[in-house]
Ligand binder design. Structure first.
Ligand SMILES: [Zn+2]
Length: 124
């Protein structure tokens, strides 16, 4: 297996399963969103992985686009009372954002691993 994970899991697999981006067997997370320090199977050090605000930005764009589109459609189609909007959109917003953040973070970590993305450094 190569260091860049060419024979490892795809980024989509890492996103859906929350597995190690190199071997695909160990777990990526130790909590809901906290990364484990390293893979317990192949020993890959996860300290390279820093997705920062990336997942949140994608979630805001994806969930915002879906939910605002639905809100406008429902409002202009049926003009329901405001409580209907509250009942529909608060749970949907929570489900979409909480449901997407973990796969998106896993996907970004896998992309980082695959493409060796890291902070820029000045060469000496
Ligand atoms: Zn591993």
């Amino acid at each position: 297996m190569t260091e860049s994970g060419k024979n490892g899991p795809s980024s989509i697999e890492v996103a859906l399963k929350g597995c190690c981006p190199r071997c695909g067997k160990g777990r990526l997370y130790k909590g809901f969103l906290d990364l484990a320090p390293e893979c317990e199977v192949c020993g890959l050090d996860y300290s390279f992985a820093d997705s920062g605000d990336g997942p949140a930005v994608f979630i805001m764009m994806i969930a915002g686009f879906i939910i605002v589109g639905l809100v406008l459609w429902v409002e202009f189609t049926w003009s329901p009372p405001y409580w209907v909007h509250a009942v529909l959109w608060i749970p949907l917003t929570l489900a979409l954002t909480v449901g997407l953040i973990r796969p998106l973070k896993g996907w970004l970590v896998a992309q980082q691993f695959r493409h060796k993305a890291e902070e820029g450094r000045l060469e000496k």
